[in-house]
Design a protein. Structure first.
Length: 350
């Protein structure tokens, strides 16, 4: 039985990954380490919280004593590092927090893994440190072309700079110490349990409450959208079959302009939920500082080497996502109270 240490497992992608893994594999154990900041929510994991192969630890990835104890107590085989501050707007307001968590936290995990796995001058067999990254480390694309694994890193926000830094630290541990690592860099995820500061759940929540739908700049920024379960499958495949020391880009080939996303959400809600939800709710706001114009991932490497492909088209995925949020309005109401409301009001002056 392999033991996974999943950091940030109460967050959006981390919780989906834990659920995916425990549904598909009965011969694994998962330790979830999460500090439960505003975006971490144990309610995301209700369906598996009583699973005998699941264990939650409340703590910070920067806590050297705690992380070392986890390695000792649970004999960790794989680290899957989701833990990160991830919202660009917040990073512009408070860059230091992003460096502390994303860079220093990752460094602590690497050091603890090295201490546990590197014994008598050699690495134990069957270990893997997997870093979950983002396509934002590559910067911005023009109207054509795609990010590949060899694209130069050119981050434009404190968030993406901190993620690029943590990726490079992970890669340095492979180059310097031959640590068994892999890295994935994904495009924009969407799906259940995403905190509503991110575009799609923000749109859904605001629309059903007849609040303004804020769109940065002209709304023509392009993102490649990936359904979260497809991302979880990719991570599993890379951890178990990816080449040690390699980076794999994970993208959905579902490029959409932000304004197109807004209109698709409005159209569905207007037709299926409330016909008073219209495009009149769209509100253009001042563009984000350093706002990248376009992201696009070329996932050929992971497709060719591991046989992964995105199974969920955007047309199906967006409907599944909207339906989930409508079905789980209580979850949304709980998570959007207090801290989020204050943040939203500050950002958009509503």
């Amino acid at each position: 039985m392999k033991t996974y240490l999943v950091t940030g497992g109460a967050g959006f992608i981390g919780s989906n990954f834990i659920i995916y893994m425990l549904k598909n594999f009965k011969d694994i154990k998962i330790i979830n380490l999460d500090s439960l900041t505003y975006a971490g929510n144990l309610n995301n994991l209700k369906e598996i919280e009583s699973d005998v192969n699941y264990h939650f630890v409340h703590g910070d990835i920067r806590d050297n004593f705690l992380v070392n104890k986890i390695f000792e107590d649970f004999k960790v085989d794989y680290v899957v590092n989701f833990a990160a501050e991830s919202h660009v707007d917040r990073s512009i307001e408070d860059p230091e927090t992003f460096v502390k968590t994303n860079v220093l936290g990752t460094l602590n995990l690497l050091n603890c893994a090295k201490k546990a796995w590197y014994v008598d001058g050699k690495w134990k067999e069957g270990k893997r440190f997997h870093q979950v990254g983002t396509d934002e480390v590559y910067g911005s694309l023009g109207e054509t072309g795609y990010f590949t694994e060899s694209t130069s890193l050119d981050p434009h926000s404190p968030y993406s700079a901190s993620k690029a830094s943590s990726d490079l630290m992970v890669k340095a541990y492979f180059d310097t110490f031959q640590m068994p690592i892999t890295i994935t860099r994904c495009s924009n995820n969407y799906g259940p349990f995403q905190f509503p500061e991110k575009l799609i759940p923000l749109l859904i929540n605001n629309a059903i409450n007849h609040k303004a739908l804020p769109i940065y700049g002209d709304g023509l920024n392009v993102r490649d959208w990936l359904y979260v379960e497809d991302h979880c499958k990719a991570i599993d495949m890379v951890i178990n079959n990816g080449t040690i020391g390699e980076v794999y880009n994970v993208g959905g080939h579902n490029e959409r302009k932000n304004i197109e996303i807004v209109k698709e959400v409005i159209e569905y809600l207007n037709r299926e939920y409330d016909n008073t939800i219209t495009e009149e709710l769209i509100t253009y706001v001042e563009d984000r500082k350093g706002h990248d114009r376009r992201y696009g991932i070329d996932p050929s490497k992971i497709k060719d080497e591991l046989g992964w492909y995105p199974e969920t088209s955007f047309e199906k995925g967006i409907i599944k996502t909207i339906k989930w949020y409508l079905k789980n309005k209580q979850w949304m109401e709980e998570i959007t109270s207090g801290e989020y409301e204050n943040y939203y009001n500050k950002m958009y002056n509503k």
